[in-house]
Ligand binder design. Structure first.
Ligand SMILES: Cc1cc2nc3c(=O)[nH]c(=O)nc-3n(C[C@H](O)[C@H](O)[C@H](O)COP(=O)(O)OP(=O)(O)OC[C@H]3O[C@@H](n4cnc5c(N)ncnc54)[C@H](O)[C@@H]3O)c2cc1C
Ligand code: FES
Length: 347
């Protein structure tokens, strides 16, 4: 018979959680069985969402992608909780606050399409209004930076999209979505979707949220629609008038792909310590701004000493995140100060 091992988790804001886990169960599965729903996406060691650090105890770490957890990180006793199996009592530090952990499995809710508009060549802004939640009532409750799962009506197609707005009582959800050629959700958005359609949504999910307890400067890197969760965070900072020094690097391939520039200007007025760098990878001849990737622009500013010991928030394609993490490491910014969300393709 398999014995049970005591597992202790401590969240970034100091909340302690405990449950038992057998040697054959992952920490994520045992936590869910105990009614503790940790932030996860792939549950297969591929995305890195369930990263944590083991403070004490022995464990086995099953096969995983080096992009989700590098060998170096594993040597520092960082783990992926969906691939971690206990060999005795264990305690872990979680890199997010208790507000990212759900105590019940998220039930689907209907949400009505209230607006759908093209905001750049291949990017749309989708607005939904949530129906009432039988368990929690009305309103859209989430942490800026989190995402929802959206299911197209009468189809099996479900995709994750980051929320670009802040929590509200009206049940409003705002998404910024890049249309992918041949993409199934993209095809629905550009062809079939109509105002008044009802989608099924689940969430919120994810642990890509502001570290509210940190007074460090905040550096944001958004690649394309990776701006969405970053925008939610900046909007929250403006609502709360947070005093942090902040800088946004917004990267696109061509200037025709830039979007929501008036909104970014508005945020700069609301947040006097926010600077914005628009980074265009392959600009046309009339572009006078920075030509290159947001990681190059960030490197230039780090080398010039523009920020001391910042927190880094980065969202977009996996390559952008890997490049930002490598740059952070070269500049002595610890892995624990780099927060990321990868836009992995749906399954
Ligand atoms: C946590 C999370 C949050 C996300 N938030 C957003 C968001 O806010 N905005 C947004 O635009 N996307 C976001 N994504 C990506 C999104 O979930 C879908 O994967 C994307 O919209 C493509 O869906 P699709 O059905 O149109 O394409 P699919 O039918 O899934 O794929 C069609 C083709 O496009 C390729 N493809 C799919 N996605 C990408 C990609 N991101 N880059 C390059 N090629 C791709 C596939 O490999 C495939 O060949 C997020 C993903 C995750 C995991
Ligand atoms: S949920 Fe564990 S690596 Fe994706």
């Amino acid at each position: 018979m398999t014995g049970f091992h005591a597992i202790r988790l401590t969240t970034r804001d100091g909340k302690r959680l405990g449950f038992d886990c057998t040697a054959n169960e992952s920490i994520v599965a045992a936590a869910a069985a105990a009614g503790i729903f940790l932030p996860v996406q792939c549950r297969a060691g591929a995305c890195g969402t369930c990263r944590a650090t083991c403070d004490d105890g022995d464990y086995a770490l099953a096969a995983h992608s080096p992009g989700a957890l590098s060998e170096d990180a594993a040597t520092r006793r960082e783990v992926l909780l969906c691939r971690t199996f206990p060999r005795g009592p264990l305690s872990f530090a979680l890199p997010y606050d208790s507000s990212c952990i759900a105590t019940e499995d998220s039930a689907p809710r209907p949400a009505v399409v209230t607006d759908l508009a093209v905001i750049a060549g291949n990017t749309v802004r989708l607005l939904l209004t949530l129906g009432p939640d039988p368990q929690r009532g009305g309103g859209a409750a989430f942490e800026p930076g989190q995402y929802m799962e959206l299911k197209i009506p009468e189809s099996g197609v479900t995709r994750a999209y980051s929320l670009a707005n802040t929590p509200n009582w009206d049940g409003q959800l705002e998404f910024l979505i890049r249309l992918q050629p041949e993409g199934r959700f993209s095809a629905w958005l550009s062809g079939g979707a109509r105002i008044g359609d009802t989608l099924s949504v689940r969430g919120p999910f994810g642990s890509f949220v502001l570290d509210q307890g940190s007074p460090r400067p905040r550096v944001f890197v958004g690649g394309g629609t990776g701006l969405a969760p970053v925008l939610a965070m900046l909007r929250r900072m403006a609502e709360w008038q947070e005093p942090h020094q902040a800088r946004l690097y917004f990267g696109v391939n061509h200037e025709s792909e830039l979007f929501l520039l008036p909104e970014l200007e508005h945020l700069s007025r609301e947040l006097p310590r926010l600077g914005t760098a628009l980074c265009v990878w392959r600009p046309g001849p009339d572009w006078t701004g920075f030509a290159g990737s947001p990681v190059e622009a960030l490197r230039r500013d780090l080398e010039a000493g523009a920020f001391v010991a910042p927190d880094l928030y980065v969202c977009g394609p996996p390559g952008l995140i890997a490049a930002t993490e490598a740059l952070a490491q070269r500049h002595g910014i610890g892995a624990g100060r780099v927060f990321s969300e990868k836009f992995l393709p749906g399954r």
